[in-house]
Design a protein. Structure first.
Length: 287
């Protein structure tokens, strides 16, 4: 199978039809609940960015749980986000999607949380988005990889080339040479939807389908934009999209927001993930 045969480009019009208008009677319970787990010492911002992305892209309830003992008890920029301790999230009666990984670190506590939530997701049919250090831990520990492959709930992994290389036990250069094949291999190996980030981000699934996104530009090459994407995809799942549609719509909107910023003269250099968040909300509401 060649790369040209395997890939389908995302269709802009199809993306616009994915999110249905909200009913006039809609309340927050209709709009999905998302939780984010991460934010170890020095990386609290990663979890907050993912949570803010979930909130500003339309989730009805957003929770964030940090590993860092010095994490704030409230997000002063977005006080609507409900901050919890990681184990407290198990008590939530309603949760539609969970992101684990942004700023998670690679401590024993991080490993224990990943084991817990992989098992919990399978038992509760909870959709998972795995990002950043969650992927690095899965690459390092075979028992985590086995848990992920056996997880029956919808899962989305969002590696960049370096993380993908660790998951496939190869080099980032090899992943970049074989991007479509690598995305399909990751989807099959881990029984997940793989969002392989980079120029021409790919969305691949276990059925061998692979879609390429044409939006986006080098303004996204800055810290925090991946955290934003993870929170965005989880929010879309919570709002009712399938995991694959959420991945496709998420990467399209994420890239289009960066394109809009650059078109307005914001960037390419110096665009921040926080600026991207606001533009993502604008893009979603104007599609």
């Amino acid at each position: 199978m060649t790369q040209q045969q395997a890939v389908t480009k995302l269709d802009a019009e199809a993306m616009r039809l994915m999110l249905l208008p909200r009913e006039a009677s809609a309340h927050k319970g209709d709009c999905g609940s998302v939780a984010i787990i991460g934010g170890d010492d020095g990386m609290v911002g990663a979890a907050l960015l993912a949570a803010r992305a979930a909130l500003l892209s339309g989730a009805g309830r957003v929770y964030a749980a940090m590993l860092s003992l010095s994490a704030p008890s409230v997000d002063m920029l977005q006080p609507e986000i409900m901050l919890r301790r990681p184990f407290d999230l198990l008590q939530l009666k309603q949760l539609d999607a969970l992101v684990i990984g942004p700023g998670l670190g690679q401590s024993i506590a991080a490993i224990e949380l990943l084991i817990l939530w992989l098992k919990h997701a399978a038992s509760k049919n909870l959709a998972l988005v795995l990002d950043a250090d969650a992927l690095n831990l899965i690459a390092q520990h075979a028992h985590l990889a086995d848990l992920l492959a056996a997880c029956t709930s919808a899962t989305v992994m969002t590696p960049h080339a370096g993380e993908a290389a660790r998951l496939l036990q190869t080099s980032a250069a090899d992943v970049q040479k074989r991007r479509i094949e690598s995305a399909l291999e990751l989807a099959a190996k881990y029984q997940s939807i793989c969002v392989l980030k980079g120029a021409g981000t790919l969305c691949a699934d276990v059925e061998g389908r692979c879609f390429m996104n044409a939006t986006g530009n080098p303004a996204l090459a800055t810290g925090g934009t991946g955290d934003v994407l993870a929170g965005l995809i989880a929010s879309l799942i919570a709002q009712g999209l399938s995991a694959m549609d959420a991945a496709k719509f998420g990467v399209y909107v994420h890239g289009l927001a960066a394109d809009n910023l650059v078109a307005r003269g914001v960037g390419v250099r110096g665009v921040t993930a926080s600026e991207l968040l606001i533009e993502i909300r604008h893009v979603i509401n104007h599609m």
